[in-house]
Design a protein around this ligand. Structure first.
Ligand code: SF4
Length: 372
């Protein structure tokens, strides 16, 4: 049976992990840009789903959809895809492929079809699956997040308990890179239960690696209250970063509280100062347009952005409702007068990057080479 992976730029790391998982069970996922027989697999997110849904519906082959959008909206996706892998795919996808090949009457748990859905019975243990094999991807060191930020899909897909890959396995796979980068919801939470850092574990990880390490920067950002003098010292001692990236999301404590962020604006300022003192440029993620923001909340965010950009940078995005999250049904609020102008002028000076204007811009679609 021939199995394919529908390539899109944003799903490269998922492809690396799932093709490695399928390989262990004897299936090769060949990349394609159009659906091909016998089976084509898709990873759907809120950005690519609108364009890929018609392609899946019209495909002249067996289609399997997974990813964050398919996980949150599996009933909807099962109307146009033959099978939907709900949640983590490493264990479920190879089992499903084996069932299709054998012509089995039933699908494994964790798969939705038009006929129904049985949830998966267990979570993936990261060490049981390689992070990549032939197709290289970033090494995922941690999965799951105990914080339940209202706009975020991560804890809804992967659960609230952090699961870590062992240092030995991370070191083995990282040795295949000259520049080492990781995937994690919070790099400084490595080895911990996620609410407070365990810096002995972080040190143990960093000491075990040889190569040029980037830690606490894309795609392994951190939370602001995890940034301390000791944590920063580990990064400046073992890593090559000249910046550190963390999420602030709002300059209003009322908004942070309502989002369930679990930190305050003061934590953000402290993190920024610790970073600058150690010579690391803070790059701070912000979101504007939360549905319950007031003009005052947005001006507080503008003030925080002004403060950060005096010596650091901001990566700013308009709020986007994601399926499966508590804010899934809410719409982005308009920007307060002057906020877009502030962001624009800071962008012209290279202090702010991102996309905060018209929400539809965030859905601008797949790059041309991804279009069928
Ligand atoms: S935004 Fe970050 S801290 Fe919040 S739930 Fe998502 S992964 Fe966790």
């Amino acid at each position: 049976m021939k199995v394919h992976w529908r390539s899109t730029h944003a799903t490269r790391n998922t492809y690396a992990a799932l093709s490695a998982a399928c390989e262990t069970q004897g299936f090769t996922l060949d990349p394609v840009t159009v659906p091909e027989k016998d089976v084509t697999c898709y990873s759907l997110n809120s950005r690519n789903e609108r364009q890929l849904a018609p392609e899946i519906a019209d495909a002249d082959c067996i289609t399997i959809a997974g990813g964050p959008y398919a996980t949150a909206c599996f009933r909807e996706v099962a109307r146009y895809a033959d099978y939907v892998v709900v949640g983590e795919g490493e264990y479920t996808l190879p089992l499903l492929l084996a069932a299709i090949e054998e012509g089995a009457a039933h699908v494994p748990p964790g798969v939705a079809t038009r006929e129904g859905y049985r949830p998966a019975v267990s979570q993936v243990r990261l060490d049981a699956w390689p992070p990549f094999s032939q197709v290289k991807g970033y090494v995922e060191i941690t999965r799951g997040c105990p914080f339940g930020c209202a706009y975020c899909q991560t804890p809804r897909i992967f659960g609230g308990a952090m699961r870590h890959r062992s240092i030995d396995q991370i070191a083995r796979y990282a040795s295949r890179f000259r520049d080492i980068r990781f995937v994690t919801p919070n790099a400084l939470a490595y080895g911990s239960r996620g609410r407070e850092p365990d810096l002995r574990k972080v040190r143990g990880l960093l000491q075990s690696l040889s190569g040029t390490i980037y830690f606490g920067t894309f795609p392994s950002e951190v939370r602001p209250e995890f940034i301390s003098r000791e944590a920063i010292a580990l990064i400046t001692t073992y890593c090559a970063n000249t910046s550190i990236q963390f999420g602030a999301q709002s300059g209003s404590d009322a908004v942070l509280e309502r989002l369930g962020r679990g930190h305050t604006v003061a934590d953000v300022i402290l993190a920024m100062e610790e970073s600058l003192d150690a010579g690391l440029v803070p790059i701070v993620d912000m979101i504007v347009g939360f549905p319950f923001e007031t003009d005052e909340d947005q001006y507080a965010t503008g003030d925080l952005i002004r403060t950060i950009t005096r010596r650091g940078k901001v990566h700013c995005h308009r709020f986007m409702p994601l399926p499966g999250t508590p804010l899934a049904r809410d719409q982005p609020r308009h920007l307060a007068p002057g906020l877009a102008h502030l962001l624009g002028s800071l962008a012209l000076r290279g202090r702010v990057t991102g996309s905060w204007s018209e929400p539809k811009i965030a859905f601008c679609g797949l790059p041309s080479h991804d279009r069928a």
